[in-house]
Design a protein. Structure first.
Lengths: 200, 200
DNA sequence: CATGCTTGTAACTGTTCAGTTAGATACAGC
DNA sequence: GCTGTATCTAACTGAACAGTTACAAGCATG
C-alpha cells in the first residue's frame, strides 16, 4: 500500500477528460498527421490514461474523425459567406487561420489524406458556391469564371502565405511571419481578391 | 537445389534497380506520406529486394530526401518564369501538375512539412521572386502587392482545383475532373492570374 | 453501508515495422 | 577456371505500436 499512496489519481470528470483528450489529439494530429500521430503521446499530452481514449472515442480513426469534424465546423463558422462577398470571406478565413495554427495544419493534412468528405461539409461548400453564383447573377462579381473555380481560388489564397512552402518564405528578406509582415500580406490578400472577383 | 532452380533472380543492373526503387518510393510517399509509407511495400512495388534500398539510399529519411529533391527539381524545371510572366508560369505549372499527380501530392506534403528547405530550393524561389520584381519595375505588372505575395498567390492558384478539398469538388455538379471541366478550369486560371497581376 | 455503475490505472499482447545478418549468385580480371 | 567484388535474396531481430485485459477506486442510490 505504500506504493499506492504515492500515486496521484486525477479527479474524476468524464467530460473534462474527454475534452482534454480531444484537445491533445487535435494538437498531435496537426503536428504529425494521421499516420505519424501516436496514441500514447496523445494520452500523455492530455495527462490521461490511454484506455480512456478508447472508451470515449473508439479507435484511432474515430478519434481522427472527431477532431476533423470539430475543426471543420469551427472553420466554417468562423468564415461565413454572406451575399457571396468573397473578399470578406477571405479576410475572415485568413484571420481565423492566423489565430489557429492547428486548424491550418489539419486542413493541409486533410487535403493530403484524402478522406471521404461528410455530407455536412459538402453541403457547406455547396451553399458557399451558390452564394457566389447569386452574387454573379446580381452583377456584383465577374461571371466569366465559374463560381466554384472562383471560390476554389479564393480558398487557396487565404492559405498562400501561412501555409507557403518554407523555402518560399525563407527566400524573401526579413521575418516572413512578423506581425508587420503578416499585416502587409493581409492587405495584399484583400487587394488581390478584389482584383480577382471584380468585373473585368 | 530443386528449390533454388525455381527462383527467378532479377537480372543484375544496379542503375536500373536504383531507378526502379526511386520511382516506387515516389509513388509510395505520394500516396501515403512519409509516416504512412512502408519500406516493404516500396521494395515490392519496385520488384526489388528491401536490402537494396538500404544499400542505395541509406535509410527511410534519406530515401525520402532523394525523392523530394528529384521531384522539386522536376517541378522547378517544368515551370520556369521568364521575364516575370506569372501567367505563363501558372499555366505551365498547372499543366505539369495535371500530368504528374505524384508531384502534386508531394508538393502538398512539402508545403506544410517542417523540414529545413535546401539552399537550391530557396535560391530557385528567390530567382522567381526577383523576376517578378523586375517585371514590376518594368511596369508590366502591378506594384501595390509585394512580389513575394503575388508569387505565393499564383503558386497556390495553380493547385486550387487539382488539390481542392474533396468536399468542394463533390459539391459542384458533374465530374470535376473530366477533361472538359479541367480545360474550363485551366481557362479560368489564366483569366484569374491575368486579372490578379495586371495594373489595377 | 451495501450494490452496481462510472471513471480511472498499469501491465500486457499480437502485429507491424525499419533496419540487419548471413549467405548465394553473377560477373570481371587474372 | 579461380578469386574477389558487386549485386541480390530470404530470414531474422528488436523496437514501437494500436488495441486489450484485469482490476482498483470513486460515487450515486437504495
Amino acid at each position: 500500500m505504500s506504493e499506492a499512496a504515492a500515486r496521484k489519481p486525477r479527479p474524476r470528470n468524464a467530460a473534462a477528460t474527454k475534452a482534454l483528450l480531444l484537445e491533445a489529439a487535435t494538437a498531435e494530429f496537426a503536428e504529425y498527421g494521421f499516420a505519424g500521430a501516436r496514441i500514447d503521446r496523445i494520452a500523455e499530452r492530455a495527462g490521461a490514461n490511454k484506455r480512456l481514449l478508447y472508451v470515449y472515442f473508439g479507435d484511432k480513426n474515430q478519434l481522427f474523425d472527431a477532431v476533423v469534424q470539430e475543426q471543420t465546423e469551427a472553420v466554417l463558422e468562423a468564415a461565413p459567406m454572406d451575399e457571396g462577398d468573397l473578399r470578406a470571406f477571405a479576410i475572415a478565413r485568413f484571420d481565423y487561420m492566423l489565430a489557429n495554427p492547428d486548424a491550418r495544419r489539419l486542413a493541409a493534412w486533410r487535403a493530403f489524406e484524402q478522406t471521404k468528405p461528410s455530407d455536412a461539409e459538402r453541403g457547406a461548400f455547396r451553399a458557399r458556391i451558390e452564394a457566389v453564383e447569386k452574387a454573379q447573377r446580381a452583377g456584383r462579381i465577374r461571371t466569366d469564371i465559374p463560381a466554384a473555380d472562383l471560390f476554389a481560388f479564393v480558398l487557396r489564397m487565404t492559405e498562400s502565405w501561412l501555409s507557403a512552402p518554407p523555402a518560399l518564405l525563407a527566400a524573401g528578406g526579413g521575418d516572413p511571419l512578423s506581425a508587420k509582415r503578416i499585416q502587409q500580406h493581409r492587405a495584399a490578400l484583400e487587394a488581390a481578391v478584389r482584383s480577382l472577383v471584380e468585373q473585368p
